[in-house]
Design a protein around this ligand. Structure first.
Ligand code: BT5
Length: 328
């Protein structure tokens, strides 16, 4: 599949900033041309390009241009406008459709793509969960994001990235005004008493011997999805709140939150992230059964420990579980 060209749109970023800085009022073509150091006709051409990607811009003779609407589709400039990161999402590829953003990111990661590069898609034809499961990816309704990470971590520590990412997603949903966000170990974000799934995380890795070459953090969030688009036990931001959400602004906040939490998986900072995770645990104090590849553990779920393992209080004492699926 052809990779979309990474846009070199610095002047577009500036133009968007200029239009946004003049809320409710017009900014003249002449002023834009002067600020961006380009001709009036080049400005006109850039305005047309922005309209093409979904910005609504009113042009009034003698007054100039006024921004009247933001794009609904995912747009790199619009994400960058709200981004507060150093590395994450500074390079973004957005596909109208792809099989799986994690598959694309793994390929790019193997070919040397830099830390922080992000891949998004409007829809996925083979969105994947763990163990070959499917991730429903209705077009234009969700965030299907994969980020390439090059962490300086031991192999055994990589699972902490999934836990940190779950905290970052929870914070993003809370910032969007959603209450009752809970994390079901290790990778599901649930909402409300019925525990409906709003987000899933799939962490994949390229490693050699015990050296981590890159980690792909795949995150699927149901944003404006309707119930018919989703499995019965799932929900979306829209279903929870009755409102539509701006996916560009959410993605920017998600990347910003992720950069902070992914930077807190070692040393004293890890305790902060671990506490934030434990605070939102959907399983703590509940009777659970965790199944792993070849055995299962039953007992009362406790906190996650400093190594990122889930502690389960069983009849034969405390057990540490590092991976698996939970049945509540
Ligand atoms: C996950 O797996 O929850 C990880 C999902 C990761 C998806 C992202 S999207 C961007 C990136 N690119 C990819 O190809 N994947 C990642 P797991 O814990 O195995 O859960 C999968 C199960 O969740 C399915 O078997 C369904 O029961 C349920 N499910 C499927 N689609 C869903 C959706 N949109 N919302 C909520 N639940 C869903």
């Amino acid at each position: 599949m052809k990779t979309p060209k990474e846009p070199d749109l610095n002047s577009d970023d500036l133009l968007i900033a200029l239009l946004k800085n003049a809320p409710g009022s017009h900014i003249s073509g002449e002023e834009i041309a002067r600020t961006l150091d380009m001709s009036r006709s080049a400005v006109w051409k850039k305005i047309k390009d922005l309209e093409e990607v979904g910005y609504e811009i009113q042009a009034v003779p003698h007054l100039g241009y006024r921004l009247t609407g933001l794009p609904e589709r995912l747009v790199p400039e619009e994400i960058r406008f709200n981004l507060k990161t150093r590395a994450l999402g500074r390079r973004i590829f957005i596909f109208p459709t792809t099989d799986s953003t994690n598959r694309v990111a793994l390929d790019m990661g193997r070919k040397g793509a830099p830390h922080g590069q992000a891949i998004l898609a409007e829809t996925q034809t083979a969105g994947r969960g763990r163990l070959g499961r499917v991730w429903n990816s209705p077009a234009g309704k969700g965030i299907y994001l994969s980020v390439i990470l090059r962490p300086k971590l031991e192999l055994a520590e990589v699972s902490k990235l999934t836990l940190a990412a779950a905290v970052a997603v929870a914070e993003t949903l809370e910032d969007a005004g959603i209450d009752g966000v809970r994390i079901k170990w290790p990778n599901d974000l649930l909402i409300g008493g019925k525990g409906r799934k709003i987000c899933g995380i799939l962490t994949e890795m390229v490693a050699e011997a015990d050296r981590v070459e890159c980690v792909i953090l795949g995150i699927g969030i149901n944003v404006n999805s309707a119930q018919v688009d989703l499995p019965p036990q799932a929900t979306s931001l829209k279903l929870e709140s009755g409102k539509d959400f701006d996916r560009n602004a959410l993605t920017a906040n998600l990347l910003s939150r992720l950069e902070v939490r992914l930077g807190q998986v070692t040393g004293a900072a890890w305790n902060k992230t671990r506490a934030a995770w434990n605070q939102r645990s959907a399983v703590k104090g509940k009777l659970i059964k965790v199944t792993t590849m070849n055995h299962s553990v039953q007992g009362i779920a406790q906190n996650i420990d400093p190594s990122g393992a889930l502690i389960v209080k069983t009849k034969s004492g405390l057990k540490r579980v590092l991976s698996g699926d939970i049945v509540l």
